[in-house]
Every structure is written in structure tokens, then in C-alpha cells.
Design a protein around this ligand. Structure first.
Ligand code: ZN
Length: 501
């Protein structure tokens, strides 16, 4: 093989991986947006066959030989190709220890499990989902050993979402967070709830909410020629290429805030994907680098910007125009306080910023136990309720609002949840850094998001997967991740809202 031949093959194999992943993602997107309900079977077969083609591309003998050759000619590769080879090797190593049959069966299992979870949640029927969850946990335990048998299984799984993240780091991070959040919640409880958000629970026609989604996406600078919005049970963002990104939301007629913040959150993900450099297209370096960094972008838009007073004042006239009766007599300040009302609740995606991380801690504690084999699938609903009571003081009246509420486990994502908490904390540090360069609050007040997006592009988005997450973070902030920025942010914000001090 000559170097030219190897480089041609490197490009070719990445494009084929891209094409198969594109097809698989399109099927998944269809499944949870517009496909009729009882159609999982055909998709499951198709996904299984697609993954049967994908497996040898990533972990087959030919790819192995190519990667060996490229490793031997490392010094002759430009930085872009060198990183592509390195990333493909990482994926090769993780996958080729896993038998092909297992890989194909797992992809089919996830397809089935998502359909079953969807119905189980609707019908509040945990028993229907339990056998699928049991198989997913078993498969994840095995995969953890394929990824790195020297690591504790849950550490190996965490690393899939945030490279090199460990339970030890998370235990420390969460314990520090708890020490900040719990006393703040305590003080708020002592004061008594002073924020009235009752006006948020009215009838908000879905048509008007759709108009609001369009308005928000335009305001935040989303190019609709490259990004559409769909509807689903559990909002997410999917990227096919940097020029084709799809966000989703879920409309609740009785509460417009729910979809509003989903749209802002998913727009943060979309802006990241839309901003990735052209040079990474159709390679293993395309897309966002990790779930922690990805969630930092979505939570940055949702919370740092979207739940700021400047943002609420900016969009308030539009909200009044869309919902004149419902918001009669409500001021922008009232709405700002309402969207930041802190109160322990059952549903993670509806939680305020202060209690949000406690929801993550509940899932983190449960995942640790489920992967260590310390809790059986049958015990999970009870364990869920026990942890919710311990961390938030609330108990779910049913599994629909309890252990069945999130889609992640049905999609095989065990170890994902901590990325939300980390992402929130990263976002606070990014904000601190951005404020040294830009008058962020003034820009938000004026509705000028161009400079903010350009800053994120320049420091984060454009790099795709070129830098590993920790390096990207350090290059952006000039220092390592420090959760104190997040804790200071929470103390300041909630201290002001609830006049604590
Ligand atoms: Zn997200």
C-alpha cells in the first residue's frame, strides 16, 4: 500500500461509515417523530442489517490493516488526517473486541426497547419495559469490558459520553454541588415560596406555541434552510451533517414554558452542530466532541441566556402578542421570576436550575448500582422513589412520572445523565470567560446573538471532534474545569431572586 492509497482508503471508509450512520439516524428520527405507532418490527430488521454493514467498516480486518499502516506513517500525515486516524483507531479498538453478532443484536434490541418504553410510559406499565431494560443493562456491562476491561464498568460507560470521566471525579463534583444546593433550597423553604407562577398553567394553543418556536429559532440565529423542528415525546437534536440538523420539541397545551425551553435548549445543540468546520464533514471528527460539551451549549442557551432577565424582557412583547389574555396583568419581571421558581418537583426536564442537578444525582446513584449489580431491575421503581425522597423530598405517584420518565435507558444510554450536570457547570465557566470579551447581557437585551454565536463558533463549535473535550475546554477558558463558577452563579442568581443573603 502506498501512502496515497491509504489516504484514499481513509477517506473512503469514513464516508461509508457516515452514509450508514446517516441511514440509521434517519430511521431513528422517523421512529420517534412521524412513524405510526406499531411499526417497530420492520425498522428493527433494517437497523440490524445496517449495523451488520457498519461493524466491519469500523472494526474489520481491512480497517485494522489501514490503521496499522497509518500508524507507521504518522509523521507523514497532516494534523487533520492524523486526528482522523487516531479517532478511527479509538472506535476500532472499542468495537472490534465486541462480537459482530452481539453488535447487531444490540442495535435491534435498542430499536425494540424504545418502542416498548414509549408505550410503557404512556400506559404506566413498568413491567412491560423491565425485561428490555434488564437486557440493556446486561449488554452495557459486557460493552464496558470491551471498551476497557481495566476500568470499573461504570467508568468505562461514563467515558463514552465524556472522555476519561470517572465516578471518583463525579462523586467529588456532586458532593460539592449538594453542599451548595441543599442549603440554598433550605433557605428558600424557610422563607416560604414567594414566586407566583400560577399564570403559567393556562390554555396556550399549540398553534401559537409553534409560532413561538419559529420566533425563537430565528432570534437565536438558526438557519432554517439547514435546521427544521419536529415533534416528539422526548425532545432531542439529531445531526446528519453540519448542513442538516433537526431539533424536536413537545407541546403541552397547559404550559408553554415547557416547549419554549426545549426549543431554546435544542437550539443550543443545533448551533453547535451547524457551526462545526467544513473540513470535518463526512469524517469521524464531525459533530460535537462529547455529551458534556454538547450539553454545555444547550444549557448555556437554555439557562445562562434563556432564563436571564434580559432575555425574558427581550421576548416579552412577542409573548404578549401571542398570549394576550393569558399574560394580561403579568409583567416581564413576574415572568422572569416564574421561569426561575425553585421548587422540588418530579420531572427532570421541567426542573428549575437549582433542583435540576439533584435529579441527575438520583439517576447517577441508580446507574452506579444497576451496573455494579447492586440493584435488580425489579427494584428500580422503589429505589427511584427512595432516592427522589432523599434528594428532593418528593415521591412519584406512578412510574410514568418516576422511573419511566426519561428515554435514555431505552436508547442504551447508561452513563449519559451526568453530562447534563457537567454541561451546566461548563456553561457557567464559558459564560464567565465570554464576559471577559463581550458585554453578554447587553447583547442579549438587544437581541443581538451574532457576536455570542461567533464567539462560541470561534472557541468551541468550529473544532468538531478535533480536540479532546478537556483540551478544548482548556483552550477556550485558559484553565481547567472548575465547578466553583457554577456554584457562584447559582448562589448569586437565587440569592437575588429569593432575596436570601
Ligand atoms: Zn440536551
Amino acid at each position: 500500500m502506498t501512502l496515497d492509497e491509504a489516504l484514499y482508503q481513509l477517506k473512503d471508509v469514513q464516508q461509508k461509515i457516515y452514509a450508514l450512520q446517516y441511514a440509521g439516524s434517519a430511521i431513528s428520527l422517523d421512529a420517534v417523530t412521524v412513524a405510526p405507532r406499531d411499526t417497530a418490527e420492520g425498522r428493527s430488521l433494517a437497523q440490524g442489517i445496517l449495523s451488520g454493514y457498519l461493524y466491519p467498516l469500523i472494526s474489520g480486518e481491512e480497517t485494522g490493516k489501514l490503521l496499522d499502516f497509518l500508524a507507521g506513517h504518522k509523521d507523514e500525515l497532516d494534523p487533520l488526517r492524523a486526528r482522523q486516524a487516531e479517532e478511527l483507531k479509538r472506535q476500532y479498538d472499542e468495537l472490534h473486541r465486541m462480537p459482530e453478532q452481539e453488535y447487531v443484536e444490540y442495535s435491534m434490541l435498542l430499536n425494540d426497547a424504545q418502542a416498548v418504553w414509549h408505550r410503557a410510559k404512556e400506559e404506566d406499565d413498568y413491567a412491560a419495559f423491565a425485561p428490555y431494560l434488564s437486557r440493556i443493562i446486561e449488554a452495557n456491562r459486557k460493552q464496558a469490558a470491551y471498551i476497557d476491561e481495566k476500568k470499573a464498568p461504570y467508568d468505562a460507560l461514563l467515558g463514552q459520553y465524556e472522555r476519561d470521566l470517572t465516578m471518583e471525579q463525579l462523586d467529588g463534583f456532586f458532593s460539592e454541588l449538594r453542599q451548595t444546593i441543599v442549603p440554598l433550597l433550605e433557605k428558600i423553604r424557610e422563607k416560604g415560596q414567594v414566586v407566583d407562577d400560577s399564570f403559567l398553567r393556562q390554555d396556550f394553543p399549540i398553534e401559537k406555541q409553534r409560532e413561538l418556536s419559529d420566533y425563537l429559532m430565528a432570534l437565536l440565529g438558526i438557519d432554517r434552510a439547514h435546521c427544521t423542528i419536529g415533534e416528539t415525546e422526548h425532545p432531542f437534536t439529531m445531526n446528519f451533517t453540519k448542513n442538516d440538523v433537526r431539533i424536536t420539541t413537545k407541546y403541552d397545551r397547559g404550559n408553554f414554558i415547557s416547549s419554549m425551553y426545549s426549543v431554546i435548549h435544542e437550539s443550543g445543540h443545533a448551533l453547535y452542530e451547524l457551526g462545526v468546520g467544513d473540513e470535518y464533514q463526512y469524517t469521524v471528527l464531525s459533530g460535537g466532541v462529547s455529551m458534556g460539551i454538547h450539553e454545555s451549549q444547550s444549557r448555556f442557551f437554555e439557562n445562562m441566556l434563556g432564563r436571564s432577565e434580559a432575555f425574558i424582557r427581550l421576548i416579552f412583547p412577542k409573548l404578549k402578542e401571542l398570549f394576550p389574555k393569558q399574560l394580561a396583568g403579568v409583567s416581564a419581571r413576574d415572568l422572569y421570576l416564574a421561569v426561575n421558581k425553585s421548587e422540588p418537583s418530579l420531572i427532570r426536564t421541567e426542573a428549575d436550575e437549582l433542583t435540576y442537578c439533584l435529579h441527575i444525582m438520583v439517576r447517577y446513584e441508580i446507574e452506579k448500582k444497576m451496573i455494579a449489580g447492586e440493584a435488580s431491575v425489579q427494584e428500580l421503581p422503589a429505589l427511584w422513589n427512595q432516592k427522589m425522597k432523599e434528594y428532593l423530598g418528593v415521591e412519584a405517584p406512578n412510574d410514568r412520572e418516576g422511573v419511566l420518565q426519561d428515554s435514555h435507558w431505552s436508547g442504551g444510554a447508561i452513563g449519559y445523565f451526568p453530562s447534563y450536570a457537567l454541561g451546566s457547570a461548563y456553561a457557567a465557566q464559558f459564560m464567565h470567560r465570554m464576559e471577559q470579551d463581550l458585554p453578554v447581557n447587553d447583547l442579549v437585551a438587544r437581541g443581538d446573538f451574532r457576536k455570542i454565536n461567533a464567539w462560541l463558533d470561534e472557541h468551541i463549535h468550529r473544532y468538531g471532534c478535533f480536540y479532546p473535550p478537556a483540551e478544548l475546554f482548556k483552550r477556550c477558558c485558559g484553565e481547567e474545569f472548575d465547578p466553583r463558577y457554577y456554584m457562584d452563579y447559582l448562589k448569586k442568581k437565587y440569592g437575588e431572586i429569593y432575596r436570601l443573603s
